[in-house]
Design a protein around this ligand. Structure first.
Ligand code: XMP
Length: 326
């Protein structure tokens, strides 16, 4: 039997009971597969790798070694959350690598979107590889592969898999959620006790804020983007849009316009709001954000974020605009 095909008889996991049953089965399978050996996992903090981490911690505890690479392009508070939830609450064997300088130095003056993606993806593998080489006696590599990854592994989305790991790593794979759809992964994550903000978080591209800090990334503009994005998320949380909108974020282009602040000329970048709904990310429609919410967000971003002097709204559906700007 091909282990990569979901059997027709497999029930969709929609309840805590079904999730608990799945978890118990996977724990037994993983223990049988791994024995007393060690397993390595690249833990990005995204839904899939987080659920795999929580599941494996339950199954094999400290035999799991999680590596979290902070490429400096995470959203505000994300790496901190990984450390808090996995390092502290779940007491995982977690190696945290702050590789911000490595990534940002390499990305300096690189404006071409595809080149940026390639640098980020390539460097990620390098950092992870270096870390893996330092560890001894690791025989298995765990991955947060989910069923759509298997169904879509036709090359169309190859560029999406920034966390894709080197093929020459000679480790056997452990992929406990590979037959699950995204909604099932979330149900399993909740049953494992992961916080909602981790399990129900919106999709976030592997290259992170790197594809939203448009053109050549600078540290000051990246900082402004991260702060503005945090304000957008906070306001969407407060007004209930967070649970309703599929994906929402800020992009900051690399040009300035003239503004005025405290009676003085104030040149700054625009922050562009994008909020879209979709089911499969192949097409997307625009969420109609109430004007009072937009005014509030604009007031906060222009007052609180150094370097931003305008807030714009992207009204373009996909097609013709892609969801991300790069
Ligand atoms: P686009 O911009 O192609 O995005 O309309 C469709 C969906 O894919 C996400 N996306 C990525 N996800 N690595 C990822 O893991 C990537 O390089 C990447 N690029 C885009 C995007 O956020 C949207 O949800």
């Amino acid at each position: 039997m091909n282990g990569n095909v979901r059997p027709d008889t497999m029930e969709r996991i929609t309840t805590k009971e079904l999730a608990d049953k799945f978890i118990a089965e996977q724990i037994a399978d993983v223990r049988a597969q791994v024995g007393d050996k060690k397993v390595l996992l690249a833990l990005s903090g995204g839904v899939d790798s987080s659920v795999v981490a929580a599941l494996l911690i339950k199954a094999i505890g400290k035999q799991l070694v999680c590596v979290h690479v902070n490429h400096g392009l995470m959203r505000k508070g994300e790496s901190e959350q990984v450390i808090e939830v996995f390092g502290k609450e779940l007491d995982a064997n977690l190696i945290y690598i702050d590789a911000t300088d490595r990534f940002l130095d390499l990305l300096k003056d690189v404006a071409e979107p595809e080149k940026k993606r390639k640098i980020i993806g390539g460097e990620f593998i390098k950092v992870f590889d270096e870390e893996a080489a330092k560890l001894e006696g690791i025989d298995f590599l765990a991955q947060g592969t989910i069923y759509p990854d298997i169904l879509e592994s036709d090359g169309v989305k190859a560029h999406h898999n920034v966390g894709g790991l080197p093929e020459d790593m000679e480790m056997e794979l452990v992929e406990p959620v590979k037959l699950l759809y995204k909604d099932e992964v979330r149900v399993v994550g909740s049953a494992l006790g992961l916080p909602d903000e981790m399990v129900y978080r919106q999709p976030f591209p592997g290259p992170g804020l790197g594809v939203r800090c448009l053109g050549a990334i600078t540290r000051d503009r990246l900082h402004a983007l991260r702060e503005a994005d945090a304000i957008l998320r906070e306001e969407f949380d407060k007004c209930g849009l967070a649970g309703k909108v599929w994906q929402y974020f800020i992009a900051v282009p690399d040009f300035k316009s003239v503004g005025v602040r405290n009676d003085k000329r104030y040149e700054g970048w625009p922050a562009i709001i994008r909020a879209v709904n979709t089911t499969d990310a192949m097409t997307a429609t625009i969420e109609e954000i109430p004007y009072d919410v937009l005014h509030k967000i604009t007031a906060r971003i222009t007052a609180e974020v150094e370097g931003i002097n305008r807030v714009l709204l992207d009204l373009t559906p996909k097609p013709v605009g892609t969801i991300e700007w790069e």
